[in-house]
Design a protein around this ligand. Structure first.
Ligand SMILES: Cc1cc2nc3c(=O)[nH]c(=O)nc-3n(C[C@H](O)[C@H](O)[C@H](O)COP(=O)(O)O)c2cc1C
Length: 181
C-alpha cells in the first residue's frame, strides 16, 4: 500500500477482535519504530511489548482504573505496547534546554507513529494511549521508578470491513501555507 493510503486508512481503534497478534508482525512494527529518526540519533525509547494474556489483563486492570477508566477498552486489545522514554544524548538535552524544546517527545512520537503505520499496513489496529496510571504500569512490568512512560499503544486485529468515520481534521488552508505564515 502507498504510504498516503495507509495514513488515510488509519483510525484510532477501540474495538479489537479476539485474535492474537503474531510475534512476526509485532517484530515488523518494532523494526519500523527502531528505524525512526531522532534528535542527534538519541533513540530515547524502549518498547516493552505485553502480549501474555494474563499479564496484559493484570496490566489493564491496574492502568485503567479510577480516573483512567475511560481507557478500559484497552483490555480487549491483545497487545499493549509500553513506550518507555529513555535518556536522550547529552547534546540533545543541552540543546533542548537552550531551545526550550523537549526533543525526546518528538522522538518517541515519530517512532510510535512508525510503529502505528506499519501495524495499519499489516491489517492491525492501534490506539495511542496517553491517559493511564503510570506508576501501576511501572510496578507491574518492573520498570525502574526513575523512568518516564509518556505513552502506550494498544494493538490488535480489528474489523476492517466496519465503516470508518471520516477524518475530523482542519482544512488544508488552515494548517499549511507557502512562503509566509
Ligand atoms: C499522544 C496521543 C495520546 C492519545 N491518548 C488517547 C487516550 O488516552 N485514549 C484514547 O481513547 N485515545 C487517545 N488518543 C487518540 C486520539 O483521540 C485520536 O488520535 C484523535 O481523536 C484522532 O482520531 P483518529 O486517530 O481516529 O484519526 C491519543 C492520541 C495521541 C496522538
Amino acid at each position: 500500500m502507498a504510504i498516503l493510503d495507509v495514513i488515510r486508512q488509519r483510525r484510532s481503534i477501540r474495538h479489537f477482535l479476539d485474535r492474537p497478534v503474531e510475534r512476526e508482525k509485532i517484530m515488523m512494527c518494532l523494526e519500523a519504530a527502531r528505524l525512526a529518526p531522532s534528535t542527534c540519533n538519541s533513540q530515547p525509547w524502549k518498547f516493552v511489548v505485553v502480549d501474555d494474556e494474563q499479564l496484559k489483563n493484570k496490566l489493564c486492570r491496574a492502568a485503567f482504573s479510577g480516573i483512567y477508566l475511560m481507557n478500559s477498552f484497552c483490555k480487549r486489545a491483545p497487545v499493549i505496547v509500553v513506550v518507555v522514554s529513555e535518556k536522550s544524548k547529552f547534546l540533545t538535552m543541552i540543546g533542548g534546554l537552550f531551545r526550550g524544546t523537549q526533543y525526546y517527545l518528538l522522538d518517541i512520537g515519530i517512532a510510535g507513529e512508525h510503529f502505528v503505520l506499519q501495524a495499519e499496513e499489516l491489517g492491525l489496529g492501534t490506539c495511542w494511549i496517553g491517559w493511564f496510571n503510570e506508576r501501576a504500569v511501572k510496578s507491574i512490568l518492573n520498570i525502574p521508578k526513575d523512568k518516564k512512560i509518556d505513552i502506550l499503544i494498544a494493538l490488535g486485529y480489528y474489523d476492517t470491513s466496519r465503516k470508518r468515520s471520516a477524518h475530523s481534521r482542519e482544512p488544508m488552508d488552515k494548517i499549511a501555507s507557502f512562503n509566509s505564515y
